[in-house]
Design a protein around this ligand. Structure first.
Ligand SMILES: *Cc1c(COP(=O)(O)O)cnc(C)c1O
Length: 424
């Protein structure tokens, strides 16, 4: 116990947490460039707002950055549910080693995009018999998520004279710590509980399906490299122990992904260094312990999230009891996650910029709240942010919007026009 009088806390100036600078995009005369084009010109080219724009060169650079960091033997897959725009999938198919799909609809887009069926894998709970049969016919790898899937797979294999290529998605007995969304550990609708996998592997052998490996996906949107490394280590150990029960050698070991991107004030960039070191070590082990296996990581938002923006136009500037509102022509109907209603517990602002429709960019700033046109208080794009003084026709840009944007939003809610997507 101390008998010294309690000291008043030193009055340190407290700086509010900031967004990571959106330095992936260059600017020209103070105006943001997307795909090398000034935003107002791009908006004129698109012809209407709201729209999403994805920057091809940033997508390419992100894949190159990962390739440079990760061991060359590790395969890089794109989980296309993050952004299923056909042009994006086609572009990504030319950059990565494989595409991960989660429905027959996504499978069609991936095949249309020219992805090699040998390098497509199909995961997801509740696969319908017709989807399973389509996947067998396509010759893609099916990540079995339930014992129920085996009978329709065997039936489709017999009908087509083509043994289904299967991997087992394992629901591990651990979770990915610090994930935005957990998708493994404890009771889950995803995968087969690890303890039930040996029996399932026996059944796969009896049915004569073509066993190829394991799929583990512990969670999503993780910014902590140590947690990702730990999950990859545990996933590898678990797969290695299950491989002893497999009817044939493991060819694919998909260790999941979960790499996050910074969305909110105070969040930082994921450090790839420790992940690369960890994967190198696992690749060395795999070369000895599972000599026929390729290690795969599957990434969605990390590949595409930072390369995209959502652009919406100010329709009205109004002041309510001293608070400035910029009312735009699009909101949560196109961008549910920026409104904070896609899995977030506490709503926080995405990084946002205001681009003047004409005249010089920048200038004086003010605190403004950006809302969409929907008749619900949930339609909030920026809550009391410091932005250049906005007026009718100015453009509001929401960064970090390349993943879980248009396709993850309730476009029909309130019956406003759909948004456009462009790859530039
Ligand atoms: C959603 C999903 C992904 C992609 O997650 P991101 O957070 O976008 O990287 C990868 N694998 C599986 C199985 C998924 O369900």
């Amino acid at each position: 116990m101390s008998d010294s009088p309690s000291q008043p806390a030193a009055a340190l100036p407290k700086r509010a947490p900031q967004h990571v600078p959106m330095s992936q995009f260059a600017s020209q005369d103070g105006e943001l460039l997307i795909g090398g084009q000034p935003l107002t010109r791009l908006a004129a080219r698109v012809g209407r707002t709201p729209f999403y724009a994805y920057d091809r060169q940033l997508l390419k650079a992100r894949v190159a950055q990962l390739r440079a960091a990760l061991p060359t033997s590790v395969k890089l897959h794109y989980a296309m549910k993050a952004n299923p725009m056909p042009a994006v999938v086609a572009w990504m198919a030319g950059l990565v080693d494989g595409i991960d799909v989660a429905s027959a609809g996504e499978l069609k887009v991936a095949l249309d995009a020219g992805a090699d069926p040998a390098e497509i894998s199909f995961a997801g709970p509740g696969k319908r018999d017709i989807e399973l049969a389509q996947a067998v016919a396509a010759g893609v790898l099916i990540n079995v998520e339930s014992a129920r899937e085996l009978a329709p797979l065997a039936a489709a294999s017999a009908r087509l004279g083509l043994p289904a290529r299967v991997a087992v998605r394992v629901n591990p007995d651990f979770e990915l710590k610090g994930s935005g969304m957990r998708m493994g550990g404890g009771p889950k609708q995803f995968g087969v509980d690890a303890e039930a996998v040996p029996a399932l592997l026996g059944e796969i052998g009896r049915l004569g399906l073509a066993f190829e490996g394991f799929h583990l996906f512990a969670g999503s949107q993780n910014l902590r490299a140590e947690s990702i490394c730990e999950a990859q280590q545990k996933s590898y150990e678990l797969a290695l122990s299950l491989a002893a029960h497999a009817p044939s050698p493991v060819k694919f070991l998909n260790l999941g992904g979960g790499f996050g991107i910074p969305y909110f004030p105070g969040e930082g960039l994921l450090d790839l260094g420790p992940i690369a070191t960890n994967l190198l070590q696992l690749a060395d082990r795999a070369a000895r312990e599972l000599p026929q296996a390729s290690l795969v990581i599957e990434l969605g938002r990390y590949l595409v999230g930072e390369a995209g923006v959502y652009v919406t136009r100010v329709v009205d500037r109004k002041v309510s009891r001293g608070q400035v509102y910029l009312v735009t022509d699009g909101g949560l109907n196109h961008h549910l996650s920026a409104s904070g209603n896609f899995g977030q517990v506490l709503r926080k602002n995405y990084p946002v910029a205001l681009v003047k429709a004409s005249g010089p960019q920048g200038g004086a700033t003010e605190q403004a709240t950006v809302v969409g046109p929907l008749c619900t208080p949930l339609d909030l794009l920026a809550d009391r942010m410091e932005l250049p003084v906005g007026a009718e026709n100015d453009l509001v840009v929401i960064f970090q919007s390349g993943a879980y944007g248009a396709s993850a939003s309730p476009a029909g809610f309130l019956s406003h026009p759909n948004c456009v997507e462009v790859l530039v």
